[in-house]
Ligand binder design. Structure first.
Ligand code: URQ
Ligand code: ZN
Ligand code: ZN
Length: 485
């Protein structure tokens, strides 16, 4: 099947320009002016619209078993909701239970993801350590296209990494040329603060942000970045939510350290007043980690994104319906942590980013697609509009307005964190590897059509990451002279 998208403005991370896009089968065949439609091709008139690479969400948790329950969004409904919002690839997470074989967990998640409607890949979490974990990291990196390993510094007594595990894993990632991704909250401090707050009689959702203040994220962000600096390994901070963490990222990047940062769309536009909602269920639906922050943090995160200190946007899409959230009815520590958003990320960022002048359309494409593709080493297969790229293409209507609501969204959850928000700038058509999966506000996804995307390691670059002031080779000293031996 051929599709010719004609008359639109192509927007890439590099430029905006009038051009047509020709798709043949699952691949982009050509991008250029006045392309001719092959016999039998479908022609899409994109006059007045943008043509952008399909969004890449580098942070989702479909079907995640967590805190005694399982996230309500599965890989089919989740990748379908993503397509409805213009996202055509999700990077999800394999999260082994402590002592569980990493390979066993990987096989479990690969089985669940077979139902995916759009393409996907996995970061694999290091939740414990012994030689078998080291071996599995090598196997996953060399045989299964895993180039990123996740580390939760939060969630004590569950999936939290201590410093010894961080160091062992970071050193192994360096050998492999893999990227270390980090959930940066000091889990020990969270544990103590949770107990103190609960003992004061604060049991509702308002206790959640009190137990994870910005300092708790700032400490962990700095610690992870410093460990990475000493070991000479690149790091990627997921869901950077506050000034305290952003300052550590900025300092390191200005020192030339290879540090990447991600911000969630919801952390850019929602503040911590949600936890003061008198309706328990509503407030509980905003319980996620890191929590929503006071207003000054949103402004700082936007500036971080605009300045290039933050490179990617994501959603951390991790759905728990109201009955599941009720597990924490009498104890906020038991409220399953997570919020949705995979369907709304692009529209929220266009409306609050591009329409306000914070981001250019090209910067929007970089932040929603191309930068994630480049960082996770799948560009230009993904995140690009080039001949030979996968035909993950969105016809973006900058004038299309909708009101976000649980009543109309396609996410499998009974709440929407953006409820009632009117957003202008939405996908008219979403194409996933050459198949139209969204048009006329109708999903046309096919269960199981999504494919796993291999992400090669970057050994020739990342493993060469130098420690600060590190010579190419450490030199011995002649004890008698004090000179290099
Ligand atoms: O921490 C995460 O990223 C997972 C467990 C989703 N939940 C959350 O609150 N962010
Ligand atoms: Zn996290
Ligand atoms: Zn997450």
């Amino acid at each position: 099947m051929s599709i010719l998208i004609r008359g639109g403005t192509v927007v890439t991370a590099e430029a905006e320009y009038q051009a047509d896009v020709l798709i043949e089968g699952e691949t982009i065949a050509a991008v250029g002016p006045d392309l001719q439609a092959p016999q039998g091709a479908r022609v899409i008139d994109a006059t007045g619209k943008y043509i952008i690479p399909g969004g890449i969400d580098p942070h989702t948790h479909f079907e995640l078993p967590f805190m005694g329950t399982v996230a309500s969004e599965d890989f089919f409904t989740g990748t379908s909701a993503a397509a409805a919002g213009g996202t055509t690839m999700c990077i999800d997470f394999v999260i082994p239970s402590p002592q569980q074989s990493m390979m066993e967990a990987y096989k479990n998640w690969m089985g669940w993801a077979e139902k995916a409607a759009c393409d996907y890949s996995f970061h694999v979490a290091v939740t414990w350590w012994d030689d078998s974990v080291k071996q599995d990291m090598h196997t996953l990196a060399t045989e299964h296209g895993v180039n990123s390993f996740k580390h939760f510094m939060a969630y004590k007594n569950a999936i939290m990494c201590d410093d010894e595990t961080l160091v062992n894993s970071f050193k192994t990632a360096k050998e492999l040329g893999a990227l270390c991704t980090i959930h940066a909250e000091n889990g020990e401090l969270v544990h103590v603060l949770q107990q103190e707050i609960f003992d004061k009689g604060i049991t509702g959702p308002e206790g959640h942000p009190l137990s994870r203040p910005p300092e708790v994220e700032g400490e962990a962000a700095n610690r992870a970045i410093r460990i990475a600096e000493v070991l000479g390994v690149p790091v990627y901070l997921v869901h950077t939510s506050c000034i305290d963490a952003l300052e550590s990222v900025t300092r390191a990047r200005l020192e030339g350290q290879r540090v990447y940062a991600e911000v969630l769309a919801q952390h850019l536009v929602i503040d911590d007043s949600v936890y003061r909602n008198t309706d328990w269920d509503t407030a509980a639906h905003y319980v996620m980690s890191p929590p929503f922050r006071a207003k000054e943090h949103q402004a700082a995160l936007w500036k971080g994104l605009q300045a290039g200190m933050i490179q990617t946007t994501a959603t951390d899409h991790c759905c728990f319906c109201s009955p599941q959230k009720q597990a924490g009815k009498d104890d906020f520590r038991k409220i399953p942590n997570g919020t949705a958003g995979v369907e709304d990320r692009l529209a929220v960022l266009w409306h609050h980013g591009v329409r306000t002048g914070k981001l250019t359309p090209s910067e929007f494409v970089a932040a929603t697609s191309s930068n994630a593709a480049k960082i996770f080493n799948i560009f230009p297969k993904k995140g690009a509009l080039m001949a030979g790229s996968d035909a993950d293409v969105v016809v973006w209507d900058p004038n299309k307005t909708r009101t976000i609501s649980v009543d109309t969204h396609h996410q499998n959850i009974d709440f929407n964190i953006y409820e009632g928000m009117e957003v202008t700038g939405n996908p008219a058509i979403t194409i996933s590897r050459g198949l139209v999966v969204w048009e006329n506000d109708t999903l046309k996804t096919v269960r199981g059509r999504g494919q796993y995307v291999d992400r090669p390691c970057n050994a020739e670059f990342w493993s060469s990451q130098r420690k600060r002031n590190e010579a190419a080779e450490p030199t011995k000293v002649d004890r008698s002279s004090g000179e290099p031996a």
